[in-house]
Write a protein that binds this ligand. Sequence first.
Ligand SMILES: C[S@@+](CC[C@H](N)C(=O)[O-])C[C@H]1O[C@@H](n2cnc3c(N)ncnc32)[C@H](O)[C@@H]1O
Length: 347
Amino acid sequence: MQLTISPENPLEWLALRANLAPIPLLHVQIMPVLAKAVLEAADKGIFEAVKEGRKTLDELTTTLHLNRKALGELMGLLTAMGYFTYKNNQFSLTRMARRFTLKDDPFSVYGMMIFNNRVVWDWMNQLGNYLQTGEGIQYHDSLSTEQWQYYQEAMVAASSTEAREFGRRAPVPKGATSMLDIGGSHGQHSAALCRKLPALTSIILDLPPAIEQAAPLLARQGMGNRITYRPGNALTDDFGESAFDIVLLSSLAHHFTPEQNQLVTDKVARALRPGGVFIVNEFIRPELGAKPDLIGSSTDLFYGLSSTAGNYSVTEIQQWQQTAGLKAHKVISYRTMPGRVMVAAKK
Ligand SMILES: C[S@@+](CC[C@H](N)C(=O)[O-])C[C@H]1O[C@@H](n2cnc3c(N)ncnc32)[C@H](O)[C@@H]1O
């Protein structure tokens, strides 16, 4: 799966081949507007307003207390983007929008839309500074309570689809009874494995302000005391010795430097039981010159901006695991999320 600019007919194909289409204009003039339109639509409740059935522009204008002309422009764009259809003067949600934009759908990315609109959008202004200094925002040190809540809800949104595939395909021992989920937040990955392995219990190690906001999200999973929290810090806490059959580090390695990841992996190796599995679950940084991958490369830059670190290659992750005395086990690419990979090692 790739995000691409693709021709719709042979003449456009020729124009692209002949380098006649001003691609940068699409990137700088069109793409930021597309992203911001979807974010504002979610934040203004536009998707929710059409949830129960078709609505005219006048009805939406009245319900949402928005400017009719401006809303009409936004609805035109969202229709062109495939979020709505327009027939008989009425807008309806498409199948895609119904599944992914509504607050309560289990696959919804609504939480990510709100976090990105209210918190992350402003970070983009700091990209120039990041390029000059190499210093990222380090947002874990500065979020307000409200922003921690948006962040944790965004993490649920980001991983709902992935967690299902993780539960089905993660290469874990069938008889596993004990798991450590480092930076596990909402616990969707732990819950997916607990549903599959009846004897499994999991401990989520996360920062205290994260747990405060994530606990109600975990409660929604209905796993009772099979998944519990341990407030702490992965960089400074000891994980114990021969205590776990599974250790997961999902979307946290990109916040850590290579040295910090090595330190964490060394502690994981000690904490695993013989035969236990360590999974690093991440977007992968494409090597320079490798096949273009917009998702791997854009998340790499974004994590650099937000946390100073960034994505790593599969080889780098395996290097930490081997240095810690673990054996390479499996590398599994997600089918539902391009650029996303589980890198598993065994003790
Ligand atoms: C990007 S989220 C990933 C959440 C979840 N693992 C997932 O894959 O959806 C990173 C999580 O790691 C936590 N975190 C960040 N720094 C940490 C640290 N030093 N120790 C433990 N957890 C940390 C954050 O609070 C957050 O919940």
